[in-house]
Design a protein around this ligand. Structure first.
Ligand code: PMP
Length: 419
């Protein structure tokens, strides 16, 4: 079917204004008009069920967040060098979700800024330069953070001060993922130090989303974190993807692994779409950094940003969304595992409402099946994406307010598309 005229006209305007920087979803892009709960409404008159999005975690245009932003933006919106109450109401509620040593927060506007600052802190505190990341990681878009985001490179590779390890894939490491991954980290540290680069830290997304979603068994990260600390480095947990309850097992992905990071970074779901992100660490690490550098971020932690983020924490509790993520995630996993026997699926994995469905055939990874599903599901009114080194892992990541009926709608549609 042809792209409707209103969509074609916008695509043309987009091409003229945004040029090569413009990347669009789908063979037939969608023009979105509004959103509510788990659905987006497009100019074709259809509702699209959102299985892609982990920004509006508590639901698109959640009334509580909308009202908090509306109220605050009409009352006071200033930078963070004044005192205002909502910053403290938010910081205290957020920090209460962390283990005791992690008791300071720096607010930023994006996950990239949080990771950029985390790298500066880790390098300052360790006295090293070298960072270990996974092979298909994405951690953001500043020049320094792009270096630690191998998935961003279309040509070339990260510089020598960044070393890559494989994702913690049981298909690679066998039954003992913990030991295999820890050994890979240890080897990467030894190799960089042999080249005269001192180790600063390990930076991982604790659910390894862009690597293809690796969550299990819980606890597997502990051995690698021990290796990092024995080598004098810091462990930075990037919670931009798993954070704020998505795994259905508490607020943070690192907790599932029984580790306490030195630095935690967060973003996307934090303001349900209003730009707010952050870094949480131990006070002494932040002090060591602030002895040498000032840090100011004009828009970060403004009253409106804090009001949005506070409303998100309240909505997570009031709507019981972490328990919902666990419940719907269990149902979805069971249905996907039943589908596994009847489709070219090589693995179903993940935690809560962050699941990966890996496609492969006797010829190896099958990204064409994932791509076909993404466009086929869009035709059936469901939005979804893919990840992984080969792009063959369907990434299931809906707002946490989805129901088991929504989950059934997804799997029914997958069955129909897979034929
Ligand atoms: N870390 C991870 C794991 C991410 O997925 C992303 C965004 N996709 C970022 C960091 C960067 O966040 P932002 O786009 O807000 O800068």
């Amino acid at each position: 079917s042809a792209v409707p005229p209103d969509v074609a006209a916008l695509i043309e305007r987009r091409r003229r204004s945004f040029g090569a920087g413009s990347v669009l979803f789908y063979d037939e892009p969608l023009r979105m008009l509004r959103a509510e709960g788990a659905h987006l409404y497009a100019s074709d008159g259809r509702a699209y069920l959102d299985f892609y999005n982990n920004v509006p975690t508590v639901g698109h245009c959640h009334p509580k967040v909308v009202e908090a932003v509306r109220r605050q933006v009409g009352e006071l919106n200033i930078h963070s060098r004044y005192l205002f109450d909502v910053a403290h109401d938010y910081a205290e509620k957020l920090l209460a979700t962390f283990p005791a040593p992690l008791s300071n927060v720096v607010l930023t506007c994006t996950g990239s800024e949080s990771n950029d600052l985390a790298l500066r802190l880790a390098r300052k505190v360790s006295g090293g330069e070298g960072i270990v990341v996974t092979q298909t990681a994405y951690h953001g878009n500043t020049s320094t953070v792009t270096e630690v985001s191998p998935s961003s490179y279309k040509n070339g590779a990260p510089p020598p001060r960044v070393r890559m390890v494989p994702a913690p894939d049981p298909a690679l490491f066998g039954n003992d993922v913990a030991q295999g991954f820890a050994d890979a980290v240890k080897d990467a540290i030894a190799a960089m130090e042999a080249d005269g680069i001192r180790f600063a830290g390990l930076l991982v997304d604790t659910i390894f989303s862009s690597d293809g979603v690796y969550a299990n068994p819980p606890g597997f990260l502990k051995a690698a974190v021990d290796v990092v600390h024995a080598a004098g480095g810091l462990f930075i947990a990037d919670e931009v993807q798993p954070g704020f309850g998505r795994t259905g097992e508490g607020m943070w992905g690192f907790s599932r692994h029984g580790v306490v990071p030195d630095i935690v970074t967060m973003g996307k779901p934090m303001g349900n779409g209003y730009p707010i992100a952050g870094l949480v660490t131990r006070p002494e690490l932040l002090s060591a950094f602030c002895n040498d550098f000032g840090y100011f971020n004009t828009f970060a932690g403004s009253p409106v940003a804090c009001a949005a983020a506070l409303a998100v924490l309240e909505a997570l509790e009031e709507d019981d969304l972490i328990a919902n993520a666990a419940r719907v995630g269990r149902h979805l996993t069971a249905r996907l595992k039943r589908l596994q026997g009847r489709a070219p699926i090589t693995a179903v994995r993940g935690a809560g409402l962050y699941l990966g469905v890996e496609f492969g055939t006797q010829d190896g990874p099958a990204p064409q099946i994932a791509r076909g599903l993404i466009n086929g599901l869009r035709q059936r009114g469901i939005l979804i994406g893919a990840a992984g080194r080969f792009g063959n892992v369907l990434k299931i990541r809906p707002p946490l307010c989805v129901t088991t009926a929504h989950a059934d709608e997804l799997v029914d549609a997958m069955e129909a598309v897979l034929g």
